[in-house]
Design a protein around this ligand. Sequence first.
Ligand SMILES: Nc1ncnc2c1ncn2[C@@H]1O[C@H](COP(=O)(O)OP(=O)(O)O)[C@@H](O)[C@H]1O
Ligand SMILES: CC(=O)OP(=O)(O)O
Ligand SMILES: [Mg+2]
Length: 393
Amino acid sequence: MKQGILIINAGSSSIKFALFPHTHPLAREAAVCGQIDGIGTAEIRLQAKNHAGDSVADHTLTGAHASHTEAFAELLRWFTASQAEWTIVGVGHRIVHGGDRYSRPVRLDEAALEQLTRYIPLAPLHQPHNVAGVRAIQSLLPEVPQVACFDTAFHRSQPEIAQLFGLPRSISAEGIKRYGFHGLSYEYIARTLATHSSRAEGRVVVAHLGNGASMAALVGRKSVATTLGFSTIDGLVMGTRVGTLDPGVVLHLMETKGLGVKEMTQMLYKDSGLLGVSGISQDMRTLLASDKPEAQQAVDLFCYRIVRELGSLAAAAGGIDALVFTGGIGEHAAEVRRRVCLHCAWMGIYLNPEANARHDLRISAHNSSVDVLVIPTNEEWMIAYHAQTLLGL
Ligand SMILES: Nc1ncnc2c1ncn2[C@@H]1O[C@H](COP(=O)(O)OP(=O)(O)O)[C@@H](O)[C@H]1O
Ligand SMILES: CC(=O)OP(=O)(O)O
Ligand SMILES: [Mg+2]
């Protein structure tokens, strides 16, 4: 039997998974990876591919609205039947919120799980599903040790001032502060950057542009500032999340429209962002392909907010030596990178248009004083690495 480490990244409507062979050193590529999506709808779809990128599963299950637990059960049923040569020796989870308590990965026990359950209101789109993922594995594979890797942990290196809101001290003391997210992605980029750029130890801004999107400033490969804050709605405009918003707007809407917490949560997390502004889609591919002015305005706002935050993060880092694009949009949308960099010439950022169109690793022009790079992120590998290390596998 081959031994493997299973990685779970449970989102609101999908569960991404990857299986890494338990080898030393850990291979960069998973032996199998894929996702189940459509959770909560009448049709869930399981897709998986092997390390060569060939499809090894693509089937849909129709019927009752499947829950996360049912989706996990389906995933493990498929896994046990089709990947019989593997024994799972450890499971690593991406957990979005580790609060004030967790600044590094932790082996999961009942006490830790209860603590993570308490953080559910802090990340309602992610944390309930993260916790449900751990519970599902616990009941299906009770003997297998599980590790939690936190999106917030990498940002705990930030200076206190970068984490502080201008709120009364007593409120800040309750843990109401800027946590930051996408830490596993930033940690992966920080680890791999040195192989691609001599500027890795310098002042680096990383733009993680996916359905959830954020940016972080790194100095000496440590996070010093980031755009996501207390919750996963701050900073950039995202797929369905609003990004930075004057809190006065929230007060005004609650007051004048009588909206409650539930309605505001729905609006700020699910009905805003690219979807809300365009009225068409949350998917960047759809918006880039559309000639509707609302779609173009949504893309323009997305890019404008990146440019604004880039200036702010460069200020926090004391300058900028390298800019890294990653995440689904950062890695694949040359047009978004083009629109962003066009407005950053004042910082010495110049693109090589051909390299950008080819999605080359280095897309900056020779005269650019800032290295501009496209680096595919690999949060799953980062989790597998932590799980292997922590479990002493
Ligand atoms: N070829 C592409 N061109 C433009 N956008 C793309 C492309 N491929 C993926 N995307 C965008 O990437 C986003 C999803 O990114 P991803 O990092 O997978 O998200 P998440 O992990 O947050 O669910 C979607 O908005 C999608 O439209
Ligand atoms: C924290 C966050 O926004 O995560 P995701 O990009 O997976 O939605
Ligand atoms: Mg993601």
